[in-house]
Ligand binder design. Structure first.
Ligand SMILES: Cc1cn([C@H]2C[C@H](O)[C@@H](COP(=O)(O)OP(=O)(O)O[C@H]3O[C@H](C)C(=O)[C@H](O)[C@H]3O)O2)c(=O)[nH]c1=O
Length: 187
């Protein structure tokens, strides 16, 4: 398994091996023990899947407030995304910083997003399907969206707001300046 520890503490990119033969390939896309050996000991209890019809669809930056905070293991099974993780944990040396990673059906890359980080992506192709595991149940009353194109976060998504396909929630995300993070590194 290819592993890369990215610039935000606890954010790991992993690429499981693919065993190819004349039919195609086989890959173990999740094994709890293998991830625990990497220090990813999340107890994933829910699988999610989203399909985005258009390239330029932005979903994020999402999080759930405590006690419903979620760690995520994200992968793309069709198409391609630019995946974004923002560190929202007080006390983290990377507080307010972000990483970007291209995940696609062809590269097989996955991103582990620890609790206390904001997550989002922009689709780079039409007809893109993202699958991700979460370690806490959906809590609609605690689910929130931080403004994806917040000027203070200064994330280059490669798309202007006028060209992005957004939900109502993501078109009206919380500004970073107004965000009282409930997360602390090490919680
Ligand atoms: C997340 C979620 C949503 N829903 C329902 C609620 C809405 O009726 C519908 C769409 O929800 P939403 O617009 O929040 O979906 P996304 O914009 O794809 O949000 C997700 O995408 C970003 C990238 C994430 O990282 C989050 O985990 C997740 O919030 O699914 C559920 O029933 N259960 C769930 O766990």
């Amino acid at each position: 398994m290819q592993i890369e520890h990215l610039d935000i503490p606890g954010v790991i990119q992993l690429i499981p091996p693919r065993y190819g033969d004349h039919r195609g390939y086989f890959s173990v896309t999740y094994n709890r023990k293998d991830l625990a050996a990497l220090g990813i000991d999340a107890d994933f209890g829910q699988d999610n899947q989203s399909w985005s019809a258009a390239a330029g669809t932005v979903r994020g930056l999402h999080f759930q407030r405590p006690p419903a905070e979620q760690a995520k293991l994200v992968r793309v099974v069709q198409g391609r995304v630019l995946d974004i993780v923002v560190d929202a944990r007080r006390g983290s040396p990377a507080f307010g910083q972000h990483i970007k990673s291209e995940l696609s059906a062809s590269n097989g890359a996955q991103i582990f997003v620890p609790r206390g980080c904001l997550h989002g992506f922009v689709t780079l192709e039409a007809d893109t399907i993202v699958q991700y595991k979460v370690d806490n149940d959906y809590a609609p009353g605690l689910d929130a969206s931080l403004r994806w194109d917040d000027p203070e976060l200064a994330i280059d998504w490669g798309i202007e707001r006028s060209a992005a396909t957004l939900s109502e929630k993501d078109a009206n995300g919380i500004a970073w300046a107004d965000f009282e993070t409930p997360f602390r590194l090490g919680d």
